[in-house]
Design a protein around this ligand. Structure first.
Ligand code: G3H
Ligand code: 13P
Ligand code: ZN
Length: 309
């Protein structure tokens, strides 16, 4: 069934687990995620970025998600806009039937972020849609910053409290050391759980979101590289840290990179092992299966949302 994230997060905060939010771009990815969630009897969030919407086209996305909810009436499924860049994109998704939208104003200064987030919240709430906002900047390994600059990027707990009060946003994405993509850490993986704790103390009722939370699963990277990819030195957030986040007040964990790796690893394997194959189903079917296994592992072994539907 199609739901907002509100009910999911109320349960996740009460029972101490996280809901996986997986990026979708095409039919195989949607099917893999939803089939995994259904097998695990888990709530799940399907999220589409504005570039995913441009790629797949919003009507196709909505119809495929409608099909998924019809196939799985017992599984709570939310459809969420990931990193909405402006008010207009958020409005388009609200009007198209998304149950949740993110406005990402983290590129702006605090006041501008508050202003546009509030505008999105007012519109979305008038239509029964919930809003995720972001405060703080996700670090990138390419950002060669010194320690004090790096500190400035983390979400400030006092600002988070003021931001949520002034905007009325329903959930908040925070920066505690994660980053998007396959290269998250140069050395040891490190997340600032102390900052998460301070944020939870100040806004205990606000669901917290972790972006850039792929594990960059080493086996998937190895399989890609074995069959011709060039992805050296990739590194993500270890499962143990994500599990700690799940039981420490993080309600939504975003995953895109691991699904990209799973799909690429299987397609590359088939191309290498069966060079005569050219029926797309020959490689998309195993790709879909490996995405499903990847999602199932996260839901069951890391986020703890199995049997929480
Ligand atoms: O956080 C970004 C997501 O991984 C989506 O990426 O904009 O390339 O679809 P994308
Ligand atoms: P990853 O690149 O770590 O998968 O993060 C995805 C994400 O945050 C989508 O918003
Ligand atoms: Zn993100």
């Amino acid at each position: 069934m199609l739901v907002t994230t509100k009910e999911m997060f109320e349960k996740s905060m009460k029972e101490g687990f996280a809901v996986g939010a997986f990026n979708v771009n095409n039919m195989e990815i949607i099917q893999a995620i939803v089939d995994a969630a259904a097998e695990e009897k888990s709530p799940v969030i399907l999220q589409a970025s504005s570039s995913a919407i441009k790629y797949a086209r919003i009507n196709y996305l909505m119809k495929m998600i409608e099909a998924a909810t019809e196939e799985h009436p017992d599984i709570p499924i939310a459809i969420h806009l990931d990193h909405g860049p402006d008010f207009e994109t958020c409005k388009m998704c609200v009007d198209a039937g998304f149950t949740s939208v993110m406005y990402d104003g983290s590129k702006y200064d605090f006041e501008e972020n508050v202003r546009v987030t509030k505008q999105v919240v007012d519109y979305a709430h008038s239509k029964g849609v919930v809003v995720e906002a972001e405060l703080g900047k996700l670090a990138g390994i390419e950002d060669d910053v010194n320690v004090s600059d790096a500190d400035a990027k983390y979400t400030d707990p006092a600002q988070a409290e003021e931001f949520v009060k002034r905007t009325g946003c329903d959930s908040l994405a925070i920066a505690i050391g994660t980053s998007h993509g396959a290269y998250k850490f140069k050395g040891e993986a490190k997340l600032r759980f102390d900052i998460l704790k301070q944020i939870k103390e100040r806004i205990p009722e606000t669901p917290i979101v972790l972006h850039g939370a792929s594990t960059v699963i080493p086996e998937l990277v190895e399989q890609c590289n074995k069959y011709g990819a060039d992805i050296p030195g990739a590194k993500g957030v270890p499962d143990e840290m994500l599990h700690t986040a799940s039981i420490s007040g993080v309600s939504k964990i975003n995953v895109d990179t691991d699904l990209r790796l799973a799909m690429t690893a299987e397609i590359r394997r088939v191309f290498a092992e069966e060079p005569s194959a050219f029926d797309p189903r020959k490689y998309l079917k195993p790709a879909r299966e490996l995405i499903k296994q990847t999602v199932q592992h996260k839901i069951r072994d890391v986020f703890g949302s199995s049997n929480k539907a």
